[in-house]
Design a protein around this ligand. Structure first.
Ligand code: RIB
Ligand code: CA
Length: 303
């Protein structure tokens, strides 16, 4: 499967990119970056560093620095650390970004791999909405859009009502759901059923010293956040679960519904069913233990 991950690495984004690198079904043809967990220039630096570490020669195209209608962004340093990788703050600059913007790269690759390309968006949906605006054929050219975002049947994480990726650009998310491609939504409804605990990271690092060890090291900060905020003994495999949904749909129970995103007020970012809109497939349940063990087995195959 030809895959582009639109990402804001980010600790769980790093895990998802490592999973994609290890998955034999996936041909990772590039990463596009977006603001979110970090500033976008940090997302791009981290994305290039990860690809280099994974030995993947694929481009990184930088995208939006902030949500639609804003002129700046405040990253989630308290969740992902000051540089996006927890306590690890010395991250080398490796290579340089693609000359195209993220939206241009998405449009270009969708044309080149018409009907084949899957886009997995694991950050705010700004780049996806921009690509749809840049090329009205984009939605029809891709095979599928798989989104990590939303909390349709459960409470949010950034507010009581909203999940972070959707909240961070509610206008862009609503624009995507207004005329979606073939879309699967992988929200907190399922990603909080894929908790990955400290012991899982240690077991992973024992099997994969370099990449597994790196993920264990950056995750300590993330695990502490989950423990302090929710009393949880593990972090959700949010972005990895979305990548797994690209290739392993039978592990998910889905319902079809249209979606609308609340764009203002106290419930901004809430993702609600709307029967007047084109349907997307919303994941409502998952084989969480299966996702955890697939993630471990695949990533453990990396050096
Ligand atoms: O709500 C979880 C999502 O927000 C993940 O994509 C995480 O990386 C953050 O961006
Ligand atoms: Ca993310």
């Amino acid at each position: 499967m030809k895959l582009i991950i639109d990402t804001d690495p980010g600790i769980d984004d790093a895990m998802a990119i490592a999973y994609a690198a290890a998955a034999p079904e996936i041909d990772l043809i590039g990463l596009t970056t977006v603001f979110g967990n970090t500033h976008v220039h940090q997302s791009s630096r981290n994305a290039r560093f990860l690809l280099h570490k994974l030995g993947i020669d694929a481009p990184v195209a930088e995208g939006a620095p902030h949500r639609r209608g804003a002129d700046s962004h405040t990253p989630s340093e308290h969740v992902h650390g000051p540089e996006g990788f927890g306590d690890i703050t010395e991250i080398p600059q490796v290579g340089s970004n693609h000359t195209m913007t993220a939206a241009e790269f998405l449009v270009d690759q969708a044309r080149e791999h018409k009907g084949e390309l899957v886009v997995c968006a694991v950050g705010p949906l700004t780049n996806i909405a921009d690509a749809m605006q840049l090329d009205p054929e984009f939605a029809g050219n891709i095979k599928r859009l798989v989104i990590m975002g939303g909390a349709v049947f459960c409470p949010g994480n950034i507010t009581e009502h909203a999940e972070a990726n959707i909240y961070n650009d509610a206008l862009a998310a609503d624009a995507v759901f207004a005329s979606p491609p073939d879309t699967v939504l992988v929200g907190l409804d399922v990603t909080l059923k894929t908790l990955y605990a400290n012991a899982d990271f240690e077991a992973l690092a024992a099997r994969s010293a370099d990449m597994g060890g790196f993920l264990r090291d950056i995750s300590k900060f993330y695990l502490k956040f989950y423990k302090d905020i929710g009393g949880l003994e593990g972090c959700g495999l949010h972005d990895s679960t979305a990548v797994i949904a690209c290739t392993h749909e039978p592990m998910f129970e889905m319902v079809e519904t249209g979606l609308r995103v609340v764009a203002e007020g106290t419930q901004i970012g809430a993702t609600r069913p709307d029967t007047g809109r084109p349907t997307v497939r919303v994941c409502r349940d998952v084989d969480g233990a299966g996702v955890v063990s697939l993630f471990t087995d695949r990533v453990a195959s990396l050096p």
